[in-house]
Design a protein around this ligand. Structure first.
Ligand SMILES: [Cu+2]
Length: 137
């Protein structure tokens, strides 16, 4: 009987390790599943960045869909900075554009993106105000 109990304990420990391992492995984004209603954004389109007035930052298409993936190419980035305590700062390969924290209003940038990950943040609150999208080649 002691032998049976030992086997059970070991089995539970292995199961716990397995679960922990699985849980820790999805820290990185795993874009294996994409939504079926994925908006296709043609190169040359206008992208709408928005920050404020609350602690909100977003990037969307002209139709109001969140930008999650883009094709490589050139776009117009139109940022509506609605707060003098936030900014909209987009970075990635070949791109580093930002509005001023103190300033408000709409500001436009011509950007050219290539394959990779692009990230936008509010610099003073980058830990909570951030987002990103992927560019496919
Ligand atoms: Cu902010």
């Amino acid at each position: 009987m002691p032998r049976t109990r030992t086997a059970l304990v070991v089995g539970l420990a292995v199961a716990a390790l397995f679960v922990a391992g699985c849980g820790g492995s999805d820290d990185g984004a795993a874009p294996s599943e994409t939504t079926t209603t994925e908006a296709s954004v043609p190169s040359g389109a206008t992208l709408k960045g928005s920050v404020g007035p609350g602690f909100e930052i977003s990037l969307s298409t002209e139709d109001g869909q969140p930008v999650e993936t883009l094709s490589a190419g050139s776009y117009t980035l139109e940022v509506d900075d609605q707060s003098d305590i936030h900014n909209f700062h987009l970075t990635g390969t070949g791109v580093d554009v930002t509005t001023d924290v103190d300033a408000t209003g709409v500001e436009s940038f011509d950007i050219t993106v290539e394959a990779g990950t692009y990230t936008f943040v509010c610099d003073p609150h980058a830990g909570s105000m951030n987002g990103s999208f992927e560019v496919t080649g």
